[in-house]
Design a protein around this ligand. Sequence first.
Ligand SMILES: Nc1nc2c(ncn2[C@@H]2O[C@H](COP(=O)(O)OP(=O)(O)OP(=O)(O)O)[C@@H](O)[C@H]2O)c(=O)[nH]1
Ligand SMILES: [Mg+2]
Length: 361
Amino acid sequence: MSNISCGIVGLPNVGKSSLYNALTKNESLVANYPFATIEPNVGIINVPDERLIKLQKLYQAEKITYANIKFVDIAGLVKGASNGEGLGNKFLGHIKQVDMILQVVRIFEDQDTIHVNNEINPQNDMAIVNTELVLTDLEQVNNQLNKIIKLAKNDKIAQNNLNLLLKIKLVLEKNQPLWLEKFSSDELILLKPFNFLTLKPTIYVFNLSETDLKNLKKQEQLTNLVKPSKCLFLSASLENDLKNFNDNEVKQLLEDYKIKESGLEILIKQVYETLNLQSFLTAGSKEVRAWTINKNTLAPDAAAVIHNDFKKGFIVAEIIDYNDLIKFGSVIGVKQAGKIRIEGKDYIMQPNDIVNFRFNL
Ligand SMILES: Nc1nc2c(ncn2[C@@H]2O[C@H](COP(=O)(O)OP(=O)(O)OP(=O)(O)O)[C@@H](O)[C@H]2O)c(=O)[nH]1
Ligand SMILES: [Mg+2]
């Protein structure tokens, strides 16, 4: 699995491009007027992983390859967008293509920065965005229903699809996102090709003023507003400023704000958690590398992420736990301690595994 993608979504002028620039260390247009972004900005970032830096030293590796995440900065959306208001529904198609949504919500107060509804009201803003996503899904359901109703008379698969779409229609008509509804695993498989927007996992990103970064009470209130969804708090403009400093300077700055991790580090962790992802590592003299897989992936399926042949000819996985490697100081040390494991086809990959797949073609 490569290139997990996150769409940055929200009302116009709330700091989406600022966040995007901070994440991707880019300089896309940030401007104090709505709809500054029209075509989506796309950037890929490395997932920071200190283990790889240590591994590079231990293996004297020529290069490091980080796991990565793609971010797509999408045009702002307003009430009625699903009906063509603002930039209309073209950008809703851009949201369709991503694995998950980061919904940026403006909390920062600033007289000079236009808010499209002229007031800072996070609950209202989130409701507008969510309603537009629901309406877009509903329109798709209705289109599909029109197509499928005739087919369903003679076709068992179409009949199943029809029943499921009718169930979905009821949910959406109550202005509820689809993720609120329980679906069986069979239903989820049927739903996958439709790519419904409100089935995509969402993290709310509250864009705070720098002073509110320390306001835990406000943060608790906002957390309660979006439960059970995940949320996080950052200042997009502060994060954007951080990109111009080196690692030590960033550490110092965060300490000044009494923050342990930058908003971006927290964000990446939450993306992994939300999408149920983890990594595994490979290491050699050419390259040390992190690979992204779903949690509970079996060894042969993890091997397939590197190359399909690794799965086809899979024999065993030779595994060293990263912490053992650090503890014993070298691969030889790990070997002597009897800590290299040989795992078979049924092995479930663990997050600190450094793996050498043995295969035969
Ligand atoms: N005070 C303050 N201003 C911010 C913050 N984030 C963004 N802004 C300002 O808000 C304005 C809009 O920022 P953008 O990042 O362009 O917002 P956007 O959501 O991408 O806007 P559109 O592309 O028009 O939808 C700019 O003037 C930014 O400088 C913040 O955290 N604090
Ligand atoms: Mg923008």
